[in-house]
Design a protein. Structure first.
Length: 264
């Protein structure tokens, strides 16, 4: 054997490279050389397939988020609709017993006037009270907490916000009015002495209660217009909500029973 028989010649190496196989040291080892790229078009095609796959995955994720967001908005607006119906009913009650508030306040003024002269209260029956109502649109807070409000059209979201804030204002005014009528209830009962300090306090409280009621009615009327603009309630829903109240069944619409002053 010649000394160079165990080593491949240059011609053998070139031949092996062209065939993709190299024979090394007496055929004891074989390995494949990397295949050449198929060209830029094939590479671009493979990259394109990957990009399209990523875009499809992102689109599917965005669509799922869109469906979830719309479901949150739908549930939130359904809850808002219930709150708005309740608000319409309470506003109808305000309007229904407005004449009753006027009549009861006139009766109390006459009672205070007569009693202040005699410094004595007659026998007075129960003083009617305004029924407490939960005016707040609390479902709006739930939409804010869940971030569903961020998926509502800007103009619509502003309407919802203003309605909710107005409802809070009415509730705050209502709490003052309820407290004032509660204080005026102390006028009821058997005949008793009535001094100037109590007279002054009762006049102030009565005036404030009447003012708060008028303020509530003003805010509620303006808020009803905003509720209509949301489109969540149609005319039939408004009529149904307004028809739920009956002034004749309200305590405020019952006259105050006043007995004769005690005999001297």
């Amino acid at each position: 054997m010649r000394a160079n028989d165990s080593f491949p010649s240059k011609a053998d190496i070139r031949s092996a490279r062209s065939s993709g196989v190299t024979r090394h040291v007496g055929d004891s080892m074989h390995f494949h050389l990397p295949k050449p790229l198929h060209g830029w078009r094939a590479l671009v095609g493979e990259i394109g397939i990957i990009v399209v796959g990523v875009l499809i995955a992102l689109s599917a994720e965005q669509f799922a988020e869109f469906v979830h967001d719309r479901a949150q908005v739908r549930h939130g607006e359904e809850a808002l609709r219930d709150n708005f119906l309740r608000f319409v009913t309470y506003t109808a009650e305000l309007d229904a017993y407005a004449p009753c508030i006027t009549a009861r306040s006139a009766e109390l003024r006459q009672l205070i006037d007569r009693s202040s002269v005699a410094h004595q209260l007659p026998n007075v029956g129960p003083i009617p009270q305004v029924e407490a109502r939960p005016w707040q649109v609390d479902t709006y807070d739930a939409m804010v907490a869940s971030q569903a409000i961020t998926h509502v059209a800007h103009g619509q979201a502003i309407l919802y916000s203003r309605i909710a804030m107005s409802a809070i204002d009415i509730y705050d005014d209502a709490k003052v009015e309820w407290a004032d009528w509660g204080i005026l209830a102390s006028l009821s009962g058997p005949s008793r002495p009535y001094d100037d300090a109590e007279e002054a306090q009762d006049r102030l409280i009565l005036a404030r209660a009447v003012h708060q009621d008028a303020l509530m009615r003003l805010i509620a009327t303006n808020t009803l217009d905003r509720i209509k603009r949301t489109g969540l309630l149609n005319d039939a829903a408004f009529d149904s909500a307004e028809g739920r109240t009956m002034a004749s069944k309200m305590a405020m619409c019952r006259p105050i029973q006043v007995g004769p002053p005690p005999a001297a």
